[in-house]
Design a protein around this ligand. Structure first.
Ligand code: PGA
Length: 257
């Protein structure tokens, strides 16, 4: 973390878990466990149906509401889709784009991820852009090449002013939901490279200001070490964000000096 230049962000990703009727109780329990002094932005990215509850009850414990996906279209005949305008209208502050589960199960391409990020920026919603290599790519030493490609593709046509409002999440696919965390050194190495890519594209000042998160089996036990790395500015947390005490403990790790 480097709080001098950028925000530390702890974002939960509930995926397709929990119920709207449980949001209030979850947040009450979270509040009880939260550290008194907090030095990071806390976000919960929830199914779109639960965003209004997250906005309403999240205020009390300073948790911002995030969504997990958005349509690339502005509006119109796109049955089942949810636009950035609709998300903004109910108070969504962040939205994940390009999560590996959407890339894999919904065939999302890099250009679609880019269009979705732009749709969000146009409505002042912070995109949390996910990138990450497969195990096969890592084993074939293709990690940096692939991550560089994904970052460049996701940011295509996004200007320097806008990129300051983007968050990048490095999530190695082999570490998501598997209990296998990247070591702090492995995670730092890739996050540092992501910052170097942003520096090449936008210059040093912008690169210094963009928050880069690590995601993939981050939990209460390993968060402090990962967050101690200079280029890891927070976490995108799946499983451990479903348990108020665990999630609060990660927030506490992100609040230490
Ligand atoms: P995990 O999920 O923490 O359960 O590995 C992370 C993510 O998919 O964002």
């Amino acid at each position: 973390m480097n709080r001098k230049y950028r925000h530390t962000v702890i974002a939960g990703n509930w995926k397709m878990n929990q119920l709207n009727s449980g949001v209030k109780v979850f947040l009450e329990q979270l509040k009880e466990n939260m550290p008194k002094a907090r030095a990071c932005d806390v976000v919960l990215c929830v199914p779109a149906l639960m965003v209004p509850s997250m906005v309403r009850y999240g205020k009390d414990c300073r948790v911002a509401a995030g969504a997990q996906d958005v349509s690339k279209h502005e509006k119109g005949a796109y049955t089942g889709e949810i636009s950035a305008d609709m998300l903004a209208d109910v108070g969504t502050r962040y939205c994940i784009v390009g999560h590996s589960e959407r890339r894999e199960y919904h065939a999302e391409s890099d250009s679609l991820v880019n269009e979705k990020a732009k749709a969000l920026l146009a409505k002042n919603i912070i995109p949390i852009i996910c990138v990450g290599e497969s195990l096969e790519q890592r084993e074939n030493n293709l990690t940096m090449e692939y991550i560089t490609y994904q970052v460049c593709a996701a940011l295509s046509g996004i200007d320097a002013q806008q990129v300051r409002h983007c968050v990048i999440a490095y999530e190695p696919i082999w570490a998501i939901g598997t209990g296998k965390t990247a070591s702090a050194e492995q995670a730092e190495e890739v996050c540092r490279e992501i910052r170097a890519v942003i520096r090449r594209l936008y210059g040093a000042r912008v690169a210094r200001a963009v928050s880069i998160l690590y995601g993939g089996s981050m939990n209460a036990g390993n968060a402090a070490e990962l967050l101690s790395m200079p280029d890891i500015d927070g976490g995108l947390i799946g499983g451990a964000s479903l348990k108020p005490a665990d999630f609060a403990s990660i927030v506490a790790s992100a609040s230490q000096d």
